[in-house]
Write a protein that binds this ligand. Structure first.
Ligand code: DC
Length: 220
């Protein structure tokens, strides 16, 4: 029998409110460090998209749970980033649009949705070391990782960032729903370092994030 130990992959957890810049930071960190980048918001968005396709009321937990048993959710990686298919279909740009924005916090508050997606998120670690961004990565998905950041920005700045992207996402309403839900609410995880990106450009946030991760023990 071989005594080879399995490769020890690690996760960098990046949490924060909507439009705080965490996706951009996560992508840039993944590129700089040669890691896989996993966008967990897209997974919750894909479930919200599925409710629209199937005509299911996203605010009805029983109906959403029944839908989970009927859909096939495939999570993968392509070009270093996460991909998601529902019943073999790629929801594409629809994931970022208003009908999904309006429903995603509702499906994300359903514990069974979270259980399913958290299991898929943990499975990603078998593929390699990764940067994962979301709301509960440092608190629930990988609570034992030493590498945890919480990227914040003022509400004013976050709204301006969304409208600069041409999106009318009501970030404050989603944040309120995401923070007050019972199941894995948005929070600063134990051991996470908060970086306020309101007054920084993206390069500064990335450099601050790298310095912080090194102070948390990430090898240079
Ligand atoms: O990161 P995002 O804005 O694309 O996330 C969309 C929604 O998904 C967000 O309003 C809350 C939910 N979400 C979550 O509950 N947990 C995560 N790990 C990621 C996202």
């Amino acid at each position: 029998m071989s005594d080879c130990k399995p490769t020890r992959h690690f996760a960098i957890a990046i949490d924060g409110p909507a439009a705080s810049g965490k996706s951009t930071v996560a992508r840039r960190l993944a590129e700089r460090l040669g890691l896989i980048m996993i966008n967990t918001g897209a997974m919750y968005r894909a479930i919200a998209w599925a409710t629209i396709r199937k005509g299911v009321d996203a605010a009805d937990p029983e109906a959403v749970k029944a839908m989970l048993a009927e859909i096939e959710l495939s999570c993968g990686v392509n070009n270093g980033g996460s991909t998601i298919l529902i019943d073999g279909m790629d929801p594409g740009e629809a994931l970022r649009q208003d009908p999904v924005n309006a429903r995603v916090s509702k499906v994300a508050a359903i514990p069974e949705v979270r259980e399913l997606l958290v299991a898929k998120q943990r499975e990603y670690l078998t593929l390699g070391s990764l940067v994962m961004e979301g709301r509960d990565i440092g608190s629930v998905v990988f609570p034992n990782t030493p590498y945890k950041l919480y990227i914040d920005a003022s509400e004013e700045v976050r709204l301006a960032r969304r409208s600069a992207e041409g999106l009318a996402d009501v970030v404050s309403q989603r944040d309120a729903e995401d923070s007050k839900r019972k199941a894995s609410p948005l929070m600063v995880a134990e051991g996470a370092t908060v970086i306020d990106s309101s007054e920084m450009d993206i390069d500064e946030v990335v450099e601050t994030a790298l310095d912080t991760l090194r102070s948390q023990g990430l090898p240079a």
